[in-house]
Write a protein that binds this ligand. Sequence first.
Ligand code: GDP
Ligand code: CA
Length: 341
Amino acid sequence: MDAQGRVPDRITVVSGGVGGARFLQGLLRLIEREAARTRVTVIANTGDDIWLHGLKVCPDLDTVMYTLGGGIDPERGWGRTGETWHAKEELAAYGVEPTWFGLGDRDLATHLVRTQMLDAGYPLSAVTEALCRRWLTEAYDDRVRLLPMSDDRTETHVVVDAPGADGTIEQRAIHFQEYWVRHRAELPTHGVSVIGLDQASPAPGVLEALTDTDLVLLPPSNPVVSIGPVLGLAGVRDALRETSAPVVGVSGIVGGDHVHGMARQLLTATGVEVSAAGVAEHYGARSGGGVLDGWLVDEVDGGLVDRVAGAGIACRAVPLMMTDHDATAEIAAAAIALSRG
Ligand code: GDP
Ligand code: CA
């Protein structure tokens, strides 16, 4: 990048799990390449959190933490590298439900530490900081900070058609993890509800990270179940509307569908058009009470640039496939360039 395209000193990223973590790897590659001293604050979704076997599991926080700390299984994209599954097998041998969630032996240690600290009265933000001391503090010389969106319990549920006890199909709300991990998002889907969100407060540092920063980035994380819960927290939309930092997002919808995951199903269920332009309009222009100043769409969606611009959001079409860290670094660079007009 040229001098004008310098990486800002402070960047805040609102993230889900896998897609957000991959984007962050590219951003960190860019920072390293430019020898910048950028401080990155990640606000991670906690709507995916779930209690399992008495343990508090935070999939998005852990995916970001393991990925940036070099502990992620690169093939799966979640969970620990070098993982074994003895505890899961033993639980199944006892017939203990649920059996569909992949709790690896190494991963379990994280959940044990977290649950013990929560039981001792520490808020999730303090627990996360403690866990990140192992994964992030040294590796990034204290320049990468991971914040849970909230210390309060929120749980995303998806309303689906599912067989009831007597086998007849009925509408039920199931935990997002059950929807995604157990049912692969293949059940007829009617809506999404983040339980507890209306009573939850942003965690310490979250609103400040949105206002006292030079750039806010929304990676191609799921707009409904990853970015959506963060935007739904009290004060977050106001902070994004009022911050002096530009807010730029990257479309996770390419060519009218998600790249991985279940965004198509969830956008459809919430009445949002499944296109890069539809998601941009869903977030809305800051000038019109929404959250975006800029939006990157993939080259295949170049035909949508004028429509997004017409909605008051600066828009550019660039390659958006996060095939490796260097390709993803270019996406981050394009987002920074767009933030400068
Ligand atoms: P999370 O939302 O960050 O927890 O991660 P998920 O992996 O659940 O979903 C991320 C979103 O990123 C999905 O909607 C995907 O379509 C999108 N995505 C995944 N890989 C890519 C990619 O290479 N490029 C783009 N533009 N989007 C991607
Ligand atoms: Ca997630």
